[in-house]
Design a protein around this ligand. Sequence first.
Ligand code: ATR
Length: 338
Amino acid sequence: MGFELSLRLNYNHRVPEELASPINASTRICAVYGFPIKHSASPAMQNAAFAALGLNWRYIACEVAPENLRTAIEGAKATRLVGLNLTVPHKLLAVDFVDAFDESVKMWGAVNTIRIEGRDKNGTWLPIYQFTDVHPEKIRTHGFNTDAEAITRSLREDLNIEVAGSRVLLLGAGGAGRVAALKLAAENVGELFLVNRTHSKASAVAAEIRRRHLNVKIQVGYPRGEVDLCINATSMGLSPNDPLPVDNKQFSLRQAHAVYDMIYRPAETLFLQTAKAGGSRIANGLGMLLYQGAKALEIWSGQPAPIAIMRAALEKNIYGESTVQSPQSTVPKSNAVG
Ligand code: ATR
């Protein structure tokens, strides 16, 4: 998704020149493909990380129309890019265009990260950038999905929530909601309540979970009593005048100890403001964006991601110099599943 509706002139902050090594013939490239893509915060986050790790790499954003995705992936292979990220609308399409799958792609049915690899003379596949002097015998694209893991990592790091054994209310059964529900089930959530505007979609996700995770307790509808966590995975809140994604008459946010909104732009939706006023712990979806990117960087480079630097770069890019939100009228809006 990632609805990004308006322009802001100074939107894309640059990596300070003194931190990045100069571009030369050894500079290697990573890219994110999306449509649209111009408000992506990933270049700011990844270039800050490359500079911090001392890598002579750059990360760029490319607007790739869906009908050109296959060619664009083949182009990355031919030009030996280090790797790719894929965002809306390419994550499902790309499954058909990569040569090898990680388990995570089989699990989630979508690709958001590609590592480009070469085969050496012993038959071992290695990251393509390691072939500096010898030529690889063959080149392939290796697909991964880092989105689902990022959900549980963000819940843990940003809200101190361990999913296993928790009671959770999940709002939304679209693309993001489905992956979140399946991931929560895979992590042995104690009890999961699913609510969606279109009831049949919530029922379909519940049925899929019952098939795949026999022991997970799942219900469609609002819970009685308290929950450890309530998550918004709908698009309600991306626009300033959106109502709450939750029906106040059936569930009060005061019933939730912690509240998570996958939307990170604006930084505090009405949903999060209401939850905070009611005393719940809150976090927005910036952490999901951060951790999916951190894992992608680790897949490409084999090095631990500099999390604090990546988070600071994201906050600066999205919210400006401070973490205070910029005026609504000029800030594009996004959620973490774009
Ligand atoms: P994403 O990939 O971000 O999940 P999506 O698949 O289009 O995007 O899902 C959007 C989610 O927001 C869905 O849960 C959708 O509900 P429906 O399944 O009923 O469409 C929810 N949503 C969007 N607009 C909504 C609205 N006005 N009121 C309530 N829910 C809404």
